[in-house]
Design a protein around this ligand. Structure first.
Ligand code: FES
Ligand SMILES: [Fe+2]
Length: 374
């Protein structure tokens, strides 16, 4: 007999100490009903990064995206106010804006030509004379919460959500000295992985546990034994001293600068990896119960032409690490579907970040407000 969702949720105990804890059980990574519950209780209620502030700096600039399967457009109005909307036409539901990003004078639906202004108000309907009881003012695009922090734009589908800075909590204070806002965007890379989105997050949060085994190049420039892991609010900060010697791999040694590396994770699916003069952000988007997209945006302090060889080499080091992680994540997803595996234990020294992630997730999934009956 198929297990109920309640039964699957109840099989994880969030009250165990790290030394006693198990991971969330395998069905949380493989059951479509859990993925749907995450869509409702996690991705429809948390602040989700959707792009970069410089993409929507000027009136008419916009970003389109998908959050919790909902089409969204973020638009800078002609009054310079940043707004977000469900990107759904009131006529017959076509997505109004259909480029990933750009600049527009107004928002024109491509299907039958209805037009909305940059503030989302419906301005023009073609061939609609004689239609009764139609209030144009009630047919503007439906608004969504939008706020910015440092380089990033976030939206939240929950109209009652706390402000973004409150949601980010300690991250705002911890990241402030690193000067993310001074870094300039260089390139985006996107990857599709054959794993549940949480497998990628778990892999990020294992406190460097896998680094000596899977990332030889990266490991050669980190002081693994002095790696630190700190949980604050909804954030886990991992940090490692940089240690370069004659055994360090050459391209990693040339591109991972400064005294320390900082790896921030913000619940549920956003990461920031910082070295001196370098930042990449990672956004993990579920595409199905066993597939996800990971979007990397790369930023650098000095983006002058003479720095391009260094920048390309630096992105290359990240690409190498990412390819190694992609292979791990696909292997883990296969194992999670095996009858031989139920749940795992956590290293007290290394895996406190995963423990925080699993407890925050369990709290949201068990939140009765949106748990639907099986
Ligand atoms: S669906 Fe947009 S104009 Fe018809
Ligand atoms: Fe990794």
């Amino acid at each position: 007999m198929e297990r109920t969702v309640q039964d699957i949720l109840a099989s994880y105990s969030a009250s165990s100490s790290l030394a006693e804890a198990y991971t969330i059980p395998a069905p949380w990574y493989t059951d479509n009903r859990i993925a749907e519950l995450e869509r409702q209780n996690v991705f429809s209620r948390t602040w989700q990064q959707v792009g970069r502030a410089e993409q929507v700096a000027r009136p008419g600039q916009y970003i389109t995206t998908t959050v919790a399967s909902e089409p969204i457009v973020v638009m800078r109005g002609s009054d310079s106010v940043l707004r977000a909307f469900f990107n759904v036409c009131h006529h017959h539901a076509m997505t109004v804006m259909n480029e990933p990003a750009g600049h527009a004078q107004h928002m024109r639906c491509p299907y039958h030509g209805w037009t909305y202004n940059l503030e989302g108000e419906l301005r023009g309907m073609t061939e609609f004379e004689g239609v009764c009881h139609f209030d144009r003012a009630q047919n503007g695009l439906v608004p969504v919460r939008v706020e910015t922090w440092e380089n990033s734009v976030f939206v939240n589908l929950d109209p009652h959500a706390e402000p973004l800075v409150d949601f980010l909590g300690a991250l705002v204070r911890l990241a402030q000295p690193l000067g993310f806002g001074d870094l300039k965007f260089v390139e985006r890379r996107s990857y599709t992985l054959d794993c549940n989105w949480k497998v990628y997050v778990d892999n990020f949060l294992d406190g460097g546990y896998h680094v000596p085994h899977m990332h030889k190049g990266l490991n050669s420039v980190l002081d693994y034994t002095n790696y630190t892991i700190e949980n604050v609010d909804r954030c886990c900060v991992q940090s490692s001293p940089i240690s370069i010697d004659d055994k360090s791999e050459a391209s990693a040694a040339a591109t991972r600068k400064g005294d320390r590396a900082y790896y921030f994770w913000q619940y549920p699916n956003f990461m920031l990896n910082w070295y001196e003069g370098y930042l990449d952000t990672n956004l993990v988007i579920p595409l199905g119960v066993d597939r996800c997209e990971v979007i990397f945006d790369f930023f650098f302090g000095d983006t002058s032409e003479s720095q391009m060889p260094y920048i390309m080499k630096s992105i290359g080091v990240s690409e190498q690490v990412q390819q190694e992680d992609i292979a791990i994540c696909a292997g883990v997803q296969r194992g999670l579907s095996s009858r031989a595996y139920r749940a795992g234990r956590l290293s007290v020294r290394r895996e406190a970040g995963e423990h925080l992630f699993h407890r925050l997730l369990a709290a949201d999934l068990k939140d009765i407000r949106a748990v639907s009956a099986p």
